[in-house]
Design a binder for this molecule. Structure first.
Ligand code: URA
Length: 258
């Protein structure tokens, strides 16, 4: 790192500043800047990469001063049939239709497939979102799975040990609460990655098809009895515990092998 940057750690690109302050996403910030709607120290800046110091420079969007927004953290019980995206060219329902009551710019922490229900977090704290959703930070995510045909013990053990997917082997998982009825197996699986369609692909790899999938916990935060389609704010204790879980996992990874 250069000396200039070391002595000015708060300086960063304008696009990034707007997203870190919780004003909007980086792509929206880039658009606003390029449209000439952002002023710094009363001068229009059209370069999204131009460096400023959010604590010293006076930033305005559409003539209004921008300050660090209060950090917001919410849990949504996403029903099946909603996509985790702001807009959809095919006009399907999006999770944003369910979080209007939050009334502020927030982003989903990771994503759930159209046909997956359950716990989806939202925040305007992009660092928190990265920490919790990054496959590298290994925050545990627990899913309730229904699949068919029925899985035998060997298949469940393979899921727990890790299976080979097109994008590499999965990390060890915990499989619990296994029951079956007719051709259907029900169980809970806790994974620490969160790759695209990971649970569905893992189940396919051991010879079955997911019929129902619901995320019931992210780290220490439980879906509990939150009604489908509704949101609730996370408690301070939940936010702190999630951050600690992400940091713990990241520091375990950095520790050299003995
Ligand atoms: N795994 C999946 O297959 N889908 C999800 O939505 C989440 C995890």
């Amino acid at each position: 790192m250069s000396r200039a940057r070391e002595s000015e750690p708060r300086r960063r690109g304008l696009e990034r500043i707007l997203s870190k302050l919780g004003v909007c996403s980086r792509s929206e910030a880039r658009r606003l800047i390029q449209e000439g709607r952002v002023k710094v120290n009363r001068v229009v800046i059209v370069d999204p990469e131009a460096w400023f110091d959010p604590e010293r420079d006076e930033i305005q969007v559409d003539g209004r001063a921008v300050r660090a927004a209060e950090k917001l953290y919410y849990a949504l019980h996403k029903p099946r049939g909603y996509i985790t995206s702001r807009t959809d060219p095919n006009e399907r329902l999006t999770v944003y239709a369910l979080i209007e009551s939050i009334g502020a710019w927030v982003v989903p922490v990771g994503r759930l497939d159209l046909d997956t229900s359950g716990l989806l977090l939202f925040t305007n704290d992009t660092q928190f979102a990265d920490l919790v959703s990054s496959p590298a930070s290994h925050v545990e995510k627990t899913y309730r799975v229904e699949c068919s045909p029925r899985l035998d013990d060997a298949a469940l053990q393979r899921l727990a040990r890790g299976v080979e997917l097109a994008d590499g082997p999965t990390r060890p998982a915990r499989v619990a609460e296994h029951t079956h009825r007719g051709p259907v197996s029900r169980f809970e699986i806790t994974i620490t990655e969160g790759r695209n369609r990971q649970v569905r692909r893992m189940v396919k790899e051991v010879g079955a098809k997911v019929e129902k999938l619901a995320r019931i916990a992210i780290g220490p935060v439980q879906l509990g009895d939150l009604a489908a389609g509704t949101v609730r704010p996370l408690t301070g204790a939940e936010v702190r515990a999630l951050i600690a879980a992400g940091q713990r996992a990241a520091s375990t990874q950095r520790r050299p092998a003995t």
